[in-house]
Design a protein around this ligand. Structure first.
Ligand code: HEM
Ligand SMILES: *[C@@H]1O[C@H](CO)[C@@H](O)[C@H](O)[C@H]1NC(C)=O
Ligand SMILES: *[C@@H]1O[C@H](CO)[C@@H](O)[C@H](O)[C@H]1NC(C)=O
Ligand SMILES: *[C@@H]1O[C@H](CO)[C@@H](O)[C@H](O)[C@H]1NC(C)=O
Length: 330
């Protein structure tokens, strides 16, 4: 009996120990830190910020695709800049369907060119993406957070990996939870980061199934507010493949907490937005966000963005610092 007790407590002790060790190892192995370039390129963050501010002064709508670009980078091979690569055969991530509406690659190029002038070969393209996503949210009066840096750039871009790793607007809640979980993100992260849909656009083909003959009875998606469905049908005819739709109508250029209210009123644009109500836990995170004030959402968003920014990073001697974000070094 005593022996058994001993074995059990020893087992628990070992588990705690190995857990402590592995979380320590994790933070070490990551090799990311706030201010990674403080010594090697002190102006790095300022230079990136300037590029984003200049570009968005001319076109505020760039903020949304720049945030989305970082998300799409991180979910495919980790946050290592693979979304930026151009392959001659076009079989790169950029050409995968979920990435066709990404914009703003020239802003990344501009920031990178300015960085190469200031301190050649020091700042990675993947870090530029991480910084740009934050700076773009600041321009939209959204949250700010301290961006960990120290990522290095990957060498591979693969169109089919983008297709299989990026969540689809048609996904149900169990797929979404699984996909986020596989990237080390939990249900709260899923809900909080979905709040990114407070800015920017979707397009008709992502929702026409919800508007026309959803269950084969000539109806719309029962999880979509019927009044909203009626107004969406006026914008999206069944075969429309091009028209853009504001995800947060009227405030698509303003980063605010209105997304959670929209979704709770069954006015989330995508099935993947509506799906957040289909699981007890994600639903309660969603309703909590709705009831809390803006500062809670902003703080949570920053925390989840930092977490997302750690997915699959390359650090230390892994990968490389690309000279040109669109191609691996020769
Ligand atoms: C939960 C799974 C998600 C799905 C299924 C999803 C899906 C989509 C889709 C289909 C679009 C429309 C793109 C277009 O037609 O131009 C979109 C837009 C957008 N998404 Fe997501 N998304 C998800 C999560 C996220 C996350 C985690 C973020 C960032 C934190 C994000 C940020 C955005 C932004 C900012 C836009 C607007 C882009 C623009 O205006 O060009 N999304 N998303
Ligand atoms: C891209 O990824 C897929 C799936 O992992 C793999 O089967 C394929 O060989 C890869 N393509 C290239 C060119 O490496
Ligand atoms: C969710 O989608 C996945 C993949 O399409 C499917 O296998 C699963 O049965 C769906 N789950 C529910 C509850 O509808
Ligand atoms: C709606 O879907 C049902 C079942 O798939 C089909 O029989 C019917 O023709 C469709 N109606 C329209 C208007 O497309």
């Amino acid at each position: 009996m005593a022996a058994l007790k001993m074995t059990i407590s020893c087992f628990v002790f070992l588990q705690v120990l190995s857990c402590l060790l592995s979380s320590f190892a994790l933070s070490k192995a990551l090799g990311l830190k706030v201010g990674f370039y403080d010594m090697s390129c002190p102006k790095a963050e300022l230079i990136v910020k300037k590029s984003v501010f200049e570009a968005m002064k001319k076109d505020l709508t760039l903020g949304a695709p720049l945030l989305r670009m970082f998300f799409h980078d991180c979910f495919v091979r980790g946050c290592e800049g693979s979304v930026l690569l151009d392959l001659k055969n076009k079989k790169d991530e950029k050409n995968a369907i979920p990435n066709l509406f990404l914009r703003g690659f020239e802003i990344i190029d501009d920031a990178k060119a300015a960085l190469e002038k200031e301190c050649p070969g020091i700042v990675s393209c993947s870090d530029v993406l991480a910084l740009v996503a934050r700076d773009a949210m600041v321009v939209l009066n959204g949250p700010s957070w301290e961006v960990e840096t120290g990522r290095r750039d990957g060498l591979v871009s693969n169109i089919s990996e983008a297709l299989s790793n990026l969540p689809s607007p048609f996904n149900n809640i169990s797929s979404l939870i699984t996909q986020f979980h596989s990237k080390g993100l939990n249900k709260k992260d899923l809900v909080v980061l979905s709040g990114g849909h407070t800015i920017g656009n979707g397009h008709c083909p992502q929702i026409t199934n919800r508007l026309y003959n959803f269950t084969g009875k000539g109806d719309s998606d029962p999880n979509l507010d019927t009044g909203y469905a009626t107004s969406l049908r006026k914008i999206c005819k069944p075969t429309d493949t091009t028209t853009a739709l504001e995800m947060d109508p009227g405030s698509f250029k303003t980063f605010d907490e209105s997304y959670f209210k929209l979704v709770s009123k069954r006015r989330g644009l995508f099935q993947s937005d509506a799906a957040l109500l289909d699981n007890q836990e994600t639903k309660s995170y969603l309703l909590n966000q709705m009831k809390s004030d803006r500062s809670t959402f902003f703080k949570d968003f920053g925390v989840s963005m930092v977490k997302m920014g750690r997915i699959g990073v390359l650090t230390g001697k892994a990968g490389q610092i690309r000279k040109n974000c669109r191609m691996v070094n020769k």
